[in-house]
Design a binder for this molecule. Structure first.
Ligand SMILES: C[S@@+](CC[C@H](N)C(=O)[O-])C[C@H]1O[C@@H](n2cnc3c(N)ncnc32)[C@H](O)[C@@H]1O
Length: 375
């Protein structure tokens, strides 16, 4: 399934809004492709020699690199522009959603009432989203993942999908295969003939990854969970609009309340880099508890690994932690997923960690995967 599918729940930018969005993509691409590389040149030519000279030639630490780069106006300008581009992205994405809010909410109500695809939505008014999600507006998304403006509100999901598409294109990620399609291809190669009957997608956001499972495994029962009501209302309407039967629930991935051994396939997409160490480890324990004999799990995420990288590269990659409200970005980059899976009770010989095969225009997505022996 393609990354940017069209459907009724997408806001339709007018001419000026579309022009502003196109500008943001071009700005982000310029900042990423052209200007960003000058940071490294600046470091190699000026900053690193100065740090080494003052340090007896020793390798500079990441903190020393950060402090020194912040004295450089070229770097500070790039950093300020990069944050500004992210804020501008949300402004330009929010404008058509705000303008079309009544139409989008009416569509969501109608799609949920008709539920032609056969999916469902279970919200829990007593549910309190975890602090790891509510403490800040992650990647500067207005209101954050758990934004809920009340009955019928779909803003968080609408923002997430439209912003996610613009962000990905701005980073130079292609419009080709979705992350779920990469995972499905990986599963077909590693476990040929595997055909799950019950599937669970953890941290589903707008359901962009949940839908491809429901369409690929049409006879399977697909469930998806997230913590945000505004996200889930949108995800449900979107899935119905795309003819995918997905059952959405407002639940926490660390304590899903589903029965032991009740899923053949448990997946997540880009959830780990939004999770603390404790949440990620609890999510892996929960995955193993939920997996039926013969079941498979794949937790896919961004290819952000710090192991073996030079300190300058780590400094560059940690920009998002400090400037893009990504509190767990470096936590994830430093995570030892093999050790985490072992600590979750998953036998080492049943696990796999690595990069998924890349397709044209995609990132080399990263994944931690495994399977439970058949009984
Ligand atoms: C980067 S988004 C995931 C994107 C989505 N899977 C996709 O592929 O489009 C991370 C999501 O994880 C959710 N999340 C964070 N912590 C969670 C938790 N403890 N339980 C369930 N969902 C969580 C957030 O609300 C957010 O929607």
């Amino acid at each position: 399934m393609a990354r940017n599918v069209r459907h009724e729940m997408l806001a339709r930018p007018d001419h000026d809004e579309a022009a502003r969005q196109a500008f943001v993509v071009a700005l982000k691409q310029g900042l990423n492709r052209t200007v960003r590389s000058r940071n490294e040149a600046l470091y190699a030519a000026i900053v690193e020699p100065g740090l080494r000279a003052g340090n007896g030639g020793a390798d500079p630490s990441r903190e020393a690199i950060r402090d020194a780069m912040h004295t450089q106006s070229t770097y500070r300008s790039w950093s300020a522009l990069n944050r500004g581009a992210q804020q501008l992205m949300w402004d330009t994405v929010a404008a058509p959603i705000r303008r079309e809010r009544a139409r989008l909410e009416a569509s969501a109500r109608r799609l949920a009432t008709e539920h032609r695809a056969g999916g469902s939505l279970e919200l829990d008014p007593s549910f309190e989203p975890p602090r790891g999600v509510t403490a800040m507006d992650i990647h500067l998304q207005p209101g954050g993942y758990a934004l809920d403006l009340g009955d019928g509100d779909i803003t968080a999901g609408a923002l997430y999908e439209a912003g996610g598409n613009l962000y990905a294109f701005g980073q130079g990620i292609g419009r080709g295969d979705s992350k779920a399609t990469h995972v499905q291809r990986f599963i077909a190669g590693r476990w040929p003939g595997f055909h799950p009957r019950r599937i669970l997608d953890l941290g589903c956001s707008a359901g962009s990854a949940s839908v491809p499972y429901a369409l690929e495994f049409a006879d399977a029962e697909v469930h998806a969970i997230d913590v945000g009501a505004g996200m889930l209302r949108y995800a449900h309407a979107r899935a119905e609009a795309l003819g995918a039967a997905v059952h959405f629930h407002q639940r926490d991935c660390t304590a899903t309340r589903f029965a032991d051994a009740s899923f053949d396939l448990v997946v997540s997409h880009n959830l780990m880099h939004e999770s603390s160490d404790a949440t990620r480890r609890a999510m892996l324990r929960e995955t193993w508890r939920l997996l039926a004999p013969g079941g498979v799990f794949v937790h896919q995420d961004v290819p952000l690994r710090f192991e073996g990288l030079p300190e300058f590269r780590k400094f560059e990659l940690s920009w998002d932690t400090r400037n893009n409200n990504e509190p767990f970005w470096e936590v994830y980059a430093n995570a030892d997923l093999t050790a985490d899976m072992a600590a979750a009770g998953i036998p080492a010989e049943r696990t796999w960690v690595g990069h998924l095969p890349q397709t044209e225009g995609s990132l080399p997505w990263f994944a931690a995967a495994g399977s439970r022996p058949a009984e």
